[in-house]
Design a protein around this ligand. Structure first.
Ligand code: TMP
Length: 210
């Protein structure tokens, strides 16, 4: 049996990743593919508990401590879920992965990129996405989609300056990994966004569909 594929979905908040991932799951399942949806930070019992601590703004945390928590969560996620699923031939759809650390902790919070790249090299066991879909939407538009009256988390309270830096971080990753990361225009309705992604999938993987 051949290994499954890892597809990650990235973008700033409010770009509509989560709803789209579910439709993509259905699209792939209809083509005979076993699919597992997961997310970062999170994905395991351990990771989901740490996610709560990480996103909760009650505690003070340095940017590097934040980075290390995220990699602790990621390392567990890869070992417990992602690697075993891929080796069973399951396709893993992951809501955020390594590019978010470069964008948020690196560009957004100013952590040295060398440190983040070392963590990627040392603690992700070469588990790289086969495809990363970047939902392209600028903060000024995305923020209009933020839910009103929601109790905002550690990241959601940050301002446009932060999210513009995060966006630049994603642009940096896209330039560095243009073979892996594809951009879709997220300033469109759900159907259009879905169609853009299925086009990408068909171009890259259709020969693997049963
Ligand atoms: P979510 O609410 O979009 O699932 O993600 C929670 C937050 O975690 C989001 O604001 C981005 C942040 N995050 C990082 O800062 N670095 C990372 O490596 C990942 C995976 C997420």
């Amino acid at each position: 049996m051949s290994d499954g594929k890892l597809i990650s979905f990235e973008g700033i908040e409010g770009v509509g990743k989560s709803t789209t991932i579910n439709s993509i799951r259905e699209y792939l399942e209809a083509r005979g593919i076993e699919v597992y949806c997961t997310r970062e930070p999170g994905g395991t019992k351990f990771g989901e508990s740490l996610r709560d601590i990480l996103l909760n703004k009650k505690s003070v945390i340095t940017s590097e401590a934040e980075l290390l928590i995220i990699f602790s969560i990621r390392n567990q996620h890869i070992s417990e879920i992602i690697k075993p699923k891929l080796s069973q031939g399951t396709w893993v759809l992951c809501d955020r992965y390594i590019d978010a650390s470069i964008a948020y902790q690196g560009f957004g919070k100013g952590v040295d990129l060398k440190k983040i790249k070392s963590l990627i090299e040392l603690f992700t066991y070469n588990v790289m996405p086969d495809l990363t879909v970047f939902f392209d939407l600028k903060y000024e538009i995305a923020k209009k989609r933020f839910p009103k009256n929601k109790n905002k988390d550690r990241f959601e309270i940050l301002d446009s300056e932060f999210f513009n830096k995060v966006y630049d971080g994603y642009m940096y990753q896209i330039k560095e990994h243009d073979n892996r990361i594809s951009i879709i225009n997220a300033n469109a309705d759900k159907k259009n966004v879905f169609n853009q992604i299925t086009l990408l999938l068909d171009k890259k993987f259709s020969f693997l569909y049963k």
